[in-house]
Design a protein around this ligand. Structure first.
Ligand code: NDP
Length: 313
């Protein structure tokens, strides 16, 4: 049985269209949402991510600003930068691109971001809002997972959901969102006993592990929905063969680029799952789309009073 492919690009496009419409309404009220991204040093993966975020802002008409302190920056200097962005009214969202260099206290820097401008949703205030089901800013990738499920009309309420991974960035917030949507949720991690048996209980299985192709066919109950958050670069020939032997299209890319992107779910799972997100083209595109949505949401929440006043005059 071939599974339904959940097209992240298509869903991300829908969300971007909705965000664009809201930006247009704000423009009519004289408001332009603004996002500031702090990119420390020269981490090539981070540079690629930030380029994508800035480009997306430009396409949608969001004001964006990139701040690039050197990798020798101190915690104090970063805190001063964040404080300045907290104060500036035209900045609605502040994103500190991780990872930060080892001399920087990352937790302290993230804690300094005004929760109302915390478009990554990592501040403890927003984590608390999420766990108590209050309006706030929700982490982008986990919010994207829920968008995929909802917009693909996959029921969540009452379903048995298993999340593999418990990071603060992905696993925990995904689990909390599924719980808030009335799924029965199990969270697994590296100390979970008999992971395979636990995963097989799932109608909805979310993999956020960081291990290429770890979730194999025998982990998945036939017909389950599988959401693969993993993004792993495979460069090793043996690893490539374990994952993609016989896949000519992948082979061409691998030979041409020397690498290929793979999720945490083995491609063979597509033969048993009811629906599955591909990698690339599944959860990935949702992350930037939800960042744009969060920036506009932050602008709406922060500036709501002003918009109300303007609509009265
Ligand atoms: P982390 O490394 O922070 O967390 C990984 C989690 O997986 C941990 O909770 C860990 O358990 C668990 N884990 C590791 N090995 C095993 C194992 N053998 N069995 C069971 N659980 C295991 O990663 P992230 O949450 O940040 O990211 C996860 C994946 O998602 C990565 O591939 C990352 O690249 C991708 N990602 C994709 C995004 C996107 O836009 N699509 C955005 C963010 C991340 P323990 O806690 O016990 O160590």
């Amino acid at each position: 049985m071939a599974s339904i492919l959940l097209d992240g690009n298509k869903i991300a496009h829908q969300i971007r269209m909705e965000v664009a419409a809201e930006i247009e309404t704000m423009r009519a009220a004289g408001i332009r949402p603004g996002l500031a991204v702090i990119l420390v040093g020269h981490n090539s993966a981070s540079e690629i991510y930030v380029r994508g975020k800035v480009k997306s802002c430009e396409e949608l008409g969001i004001y964006s600003e990139k701040l690039t302190p050197p990798d020798t920056v101190s915690t104090e200097q970063l805190l001063a930068l964040v404080e300045d962005l907290n104060r500036r009214d035209e900045i609605d969202g502040i994103l500190v691109q991780l990872p930060l260099p080892s001399q920087v206290d990352s937790k302290e820097v993230l804690l300094a971001v005004d929760p109302a401008k915390d478009v990554d949703g990592f501040h403890p205030v927003n984590v608390g809002f999420l766990s108590t089901q209050r309006p706030g800013l929700v982490p982008c990738t986990p919010a994207g997972v829920i968008e995929i499920l909802e917009r693909s009309e996959i029921p969540i309420a009452g379903q048995e959901a298993v999340v593999v991974g418990r990071s603060d960035i992905v696993g925990k917030p995904v689990a909390m969102l599924l719980l808030n949507n009335n799924a029965t949720v199990t969270v697994c991690h590296s100390k979970t006993h008999d992971l395979q048996a636990v995963c097989r209980r799932a109608n909805i299985l979310v993999a956020a592990i960081g291990r290429p192709g770890m979730i194999r066919r025998e982990y998945v109950t036939p017909g389950a929905t599988v959401i693969d958050v993993g993004m792993n670069k495979v460069t090793d020939e043996a690893e490539f063969q374990r994952l993609f032997a016989g896949n000519r299209k992948r082979e061409e890319t691998f030979r041409a680029k020397g690498s290929t992107l793979v999720g945490d779910v083995h491609p063979e799972v597509a033969e048993v799952a009811g629906a599955i997100t591909p990698v690339p083209g599944g959860v990935g595109p949702l992350t930037i789309a939800m960042l744009m949505a969060n920036t506009v949401k932050a602008a709406r929440l922060r500036r709501a009073n002003r918009m109300r006043e303007m609509s009265r005059t």
